[in-house]
Design a protein around this ligand. Structure first.
Ligand SMILES: [Zn+2]
Ligand SMILES: [Zn+2]
Length: 509
């Protein structure tokens, strides 16, 4: 795709005739180069069709120079002689290359206008118009029609104007941006469909000077305000306030340029605030999470939300900020609390035959996964009391020893006819080792922060959702990054209403 056949033919020609001139073209980005080459190919193709033979680079350039000079002279005198030359282009529609014709996008109302215009009497009293030329600009075509009796010319475009630009072109930028498509994907899609493309510069000017970015931002802001109003309308809010979840997201692991901390509502799981800091604003990637958190929580509270508890993954500096500065209840999320449990159990649950009963215990070998489930169960059923949580964790050992007197009433082992699915623990050394491991878990040690069983599953899920809009392998400029983030926030807030918080779902990720 990169080496157009023109280069080859130029070389052959040069070799044949001995005169050669090379031109260097510099492109800022590969996309721009591809775009340019594709345009070149397109123009060359249409020229070839018109002349009914292949056109080389030399002819192509000469033709383009002719056009430029002609355009200059046309501005000064709008004579009719140029029109007769343009009429020849009608030949482009004949022949069998129909499938290669470019496509364009047309508004229904513009099409109606065209039909109406074509059937209207011309000032000369005839109805005999013919399309004499068209120009594609982005996805829109602008065609010129001429009356065959009096040579009067009329223009028609397939799109109306919004501001000084075609509405359709702006609408398609809006569409591909909101769909989370990357500019390169948009470009390739349009190129393969011969649908016309708008260039990077055009897109950037719509984003920036036409106020698109600002509009997206205010829409996202409105979406978050609406979410806050929704929380305030719940019955629990009046008495308990709201608990929120925060989690940091870096835009790439090796070279984090942007760090984002979204703030999710614990009750309705919608985003209520979101702060992104770039390297320019905060140089150190390691402390950027804290800096973002320090912005996002006051921001959410300034919007009138009574935040009473913040859940996040285990980050000490964020914890001290929440507890000491904001004086709010701090929670760790359950997912991070349990994710290493099975791994930590490995040393006492597996080993060589020789060391069995010494460093590891066969009776524990089937309990790695189930311990995790038990810990979840304990967090969920401790009634937000750290003491209950600790008791419940140590009771896991008794449960596996067949002593169920302290097990939760709702637990299946309290029902008659219960048959344990796991091996009973009888070895006192195994009991001791298992108890010791359980007491080392993050959840046991930090029971105060785990007893509310707040999980940041939703924020992890939001981060996953973000990949559609902000894939980590692509670097975005800060303006584009924030815009795409805002779109992701709106998309999330509109689609998160799936009411469930089951543990099983958490295990699935
Ligand atoms: Zn006429
Ligand atoms: Zn039990």
């Amino acid at each position: 795709m990169s080496a157009p056949d023109g280069v080859g033919s130029l070389k052959k020609r040069a070799r044949r005739e001995g005169f050669r001139y090379q031109m260097e073209l510099n492109f800022g980005q590969k996309e721009d180069k591809d775009h340019f080459l594709a345009r070149l190919d397109r123009v060359k193709g249409s020229l070839a069709t018109k002349r009914r033979r292949p056109v080389d680079n030399m002819e192509l350039l000469s033709h383009l120079l002719d056009l430029a000079e002609k355009e200059e002279s046309e501005v000064q005198s709008q004579d009719t002689s140029s029109s007769s030359a343009m009429l020849n282009t009608s030949g482009i529609y004949a022949g069998d290359g129909d499938e290669e014709q470019p496509l364009f996008v047309c508004e229904v109302s513009a099409f109606e206008d065209l039909v109406l215009g074509m059937t209207r009497w011309c000032t000369c009293g005839m109805v005999n118009r013919k399309m004499i030329s068209y120009r594609q600009s982005g996805h829109v075509i602008r065609a010129e029609f001429q009356c065959q009796s009096c040579n009067r010319k009329e223009w028609w475009a397939s799109s109306s104007l919004l501001g000084s630009r075609y509405l359709i072109n702006q609408k398609l930028i809006h569409a591909f941006t909101c769909a989370g498509m990357l500019p390169s994907q948009y470009y390739h899609f349009c190129r393969l469909a011969s649908l016309g493309t708008v260039g990077k510069r055009y897109t950037d000017s719509v984003y920036n000077s036409k106020g698109y970015v600002a509009a997206i931002e205010s829409c996202a802001e409105a979406s978050m305000t609406k979410a806050i109003d929704e929380i305030k309308a719940t019955s629990e809010y009046e008495t308990d306030g709201e608990w929120v979840i925060t989690d940091a997201r870096h835009d790439s692991t090796a070279n984090a340029y942007h760090t984002t901390v979204p703030c999710l509502s614990g009750s309705i799981h919608k985003i209520v605030g979101c702060v992104t800091l770039s390297r320019k604003e905060h140089t150190c990637a390691q402390t950027r999470e804290l800096a973002c958190t320090k912005e996002v929580l006051p921001l959410v509270m300034s919007k009138g939300l009574n935040v009473t508890e913040v859940a996040h993954d285990n980050s000490p500096s964020v914890t001290s900020y929440i507890v000491e500065e904001l004086q709010l209840k701090n929670s760790y999320d359950t997912w991070h609390g349990t994710k290493n449990v099975a791994k930590a159990m490995t040393s006492i649950a597996t080993g060589t035959k020789k060391r069995a009963g010494i460093t590891w215990y066969p009776e524990l070998s089937d309990k790695r996964k189930s311990t995790k489930t038990h810990l979840y169960y304990s967090m969920k059923n401790c009634n937000k009391s750290p003491e209950n949580l600790r008791d419940s964790i140590t009771n896991i050992v008794d449960h596996y020893r067949g002593k169920h007197s302290n097990c939760n009433q709702s637990s299946s082992c309290r029902r008659p006819g219960y048959a344990p699915s796991k091996k009973l623990i009888t070895d006192p050394n195994a009991v001791e080792a298992y108890t010791r491991k359980l007491k080392q878990t993050l959840i046991y040690v930090n029971a105060e922060s785990y007893c509310s069983c707040q999980d940041t599953f939703w924020v992890e899920s939001f981060n996953h959702h973000l990949l559609t809009y902000l894939p980590k392998r692509i670097h975005f400029g800060t303006t584009t990054f924030r815009m795409r983030m805002n779109i992701a926030v709106m998309d999330w807030n509109e689609n998160v209403e799936r009411p469930h918080t089951s543990e099983r779902y958490i295990f699935d990720i």
